[in-house]
Design a protein around this ligand. Structure first.
Ligand code: NAD
Ligand code: ZN
Ligand code: ZN
Length: 386
């Protein structure tokens, strides 16, 4: 089948000879992909920042598809169902899944102590192939997939696999109270969605920070927020405190993660020398510019090893830091309602639609922030009919 094929850092190709997935367990399904996206999380893989990303891996944890084949024990799906597949792979039965923590399943990635299973996200996330392909194996098929509601646009549906729930959960974990000032670091699709969702939780003021001008402009229009370029701020923390009444924001959201720019020290130690797990620049700014007693919500992805972050300040300021992978399955019913009621418009983030055959160019454009790219959808050859 046609799929993307990882050949090493910054080397990706479309490969027509990738082996088709097979049912390996009676609870598996095989799904024919109809839409799949490239995510900021894929860029950490692309840059070689995620340990144990093996050559030959198919990336892609954001996809919708039509059920083509089912294992003998799957009860909730039938062949032909068109489904939203959450990016987390979860068993539905372990103590963590039972609490709605679908991103922390203990069974789907039993070798790990932190993250659960994720499609196409290295062997540290379970070693599953992803959906930037014509076909994908979906384990625990009774648990994750949700049939796309009648009338829902496919582009909205695929944006419900990750970006929308992650942005929403970032705002939710911020514990936003009515009138709060919320600062979101990162105007990528996740940060823009977090800014938009902050209003749903009652924020009084929403500010987004990035250094890519076209994304700041996009965020102003899509999320109705203030948007500032950190390169023209001088001291970022001092600037943010000044515009938030000196005490700092009530809530800061890190929607950047390990690939952050903005601090030479973090970039050299974390991205060039790999002496820490990527650059935690946005997290550092979030901790230092939130008010005392504030809440820092982190959805930006960091590796498991240590970082040069001001953890002492977390203690001395009495901060609450909330972080996790989004629990997509838990959030889907609520988010489908928001989309159907017109309060959220996920497909409005999509700027590029690219045939799967051109996956290498698509990564190049998204990674380089070229051509005003915010969110890219990849279309497998037969997807146009779906
Ligand atoms: N927790 C989860 O469930 C989950 C799910 C999806 C994505 N993520 C993570 O969320 C993050 C954002 O994803 P995305 O798809 O929007 O990525 P993206 O790469 O498109 O966007 C990141 C943005 O951050 C900006 N940026 C860089 N350094 C910055 C800094 N110091 N301060 C402010 N902005 C800065 C970049 O210019 C870019 O626009 C990534 O780390 C991704 O891995 C987490
Ligand atoms: Zn993603
Ligand atoms: Zn589980």
């Amino acid at each position: 089948m046609l799929a993307m094929n990882y050949r090493g850092p910054r080397r990706i190709r479309a490969d027509k000879n990738m082996p088709e997935p097979e049912i390996l367990h009676p609870e598996d399904a095989i799904v024919r992909v109809t839409r799949t996206c490239i995510c900021g999380s894929d860029l950490h893989l692309y840059h070689g920042l995620v340990p144990d990303t093996r050559v030959g891996t198919i990336f892609g944890h954001e996809f919708t598809g039509i059920v083509e084949e089912l294992g003998a024990d799957v009860k909730n799906l039938k062949v032909g169902d068109h489904v939203i597949v959450p990016f987390n792979i979860s068993c539905g039965k372990c103590p963590f899944c039972q609490q709605g923590l679908y991103g922390n399943c203990n069974e789907a990635n039993s070798q790990a102590t932190a993250v659960g299973g994720i499609y196409g996200y290295s062997h540290t996330a379970g070693g599953y192939h992803g959906g930037q392909a014509e076909l994908v194996r979906v384990p625990y098929a009774d648990v994750g997939p949700v049939v796309i509601p009648k009338g829902m646009d496919l582009d909205d549906a695929v944006m419900l696999t990750d970006v929308t729930p992650t942005g929403y959960q970032a705002a939710e974990m911020g514990g936003i109270r009515k009138g709060d000032t919320v600062v979101v670091f990162g105007a990528g699709p996740v940060g823009i969605m977090a800014a938009r969702c902050a209003w749903l939780f009652g924020a009084g003021r929403v500010i987004i920070i990035d250094h890519v001008e076209y994304r700041l402009e996009f965020a102003r229009n899509y999320a109705y927020c203030e948007a500032y370029n950190f390169e023209s701020m001088g001291d970022v923390v001092a600037f943010l405190k000044k515009i938030t009444g000196d005490f700092g924001a009530d809530v800061c959201i890190d929607a950047v993660g390990a690939d952050a720019a903005g601090s030479a020290l973090h970039t050299i130690t974390g991205k060039k020398l790999l002496l820490q797990a990527g650059a935690a620049t946005a997290l550092m700014w979030a901790i230092n510019s939130v008010k005392k007693g504030g809440i820092v919500s982190v959805v930006g992805v960091y590796g498991p090893t240590w970082n040069l972050v001001p953890i002492g300040n977390v203690v001395n300021k009495g901060l609450t830091i909330r972080a996790n992978q989004a629990s997509v399955k838990r959030l889907l019913p609520k988010l489908i309602e928001h989309v159907q009621a017109g309060r959220l418009n996920p497909k409005g983030l999509i700027t590029h639609r690219v045939p799967l055959e051109e996956v290498a160019d698509a990564y190049h454009i998204f990674n380089g922030k070229l051509d005003n790219c915010v969110k890219t959808i990849l279309l497998p050859p037969k997807a146009a009919v779906a």
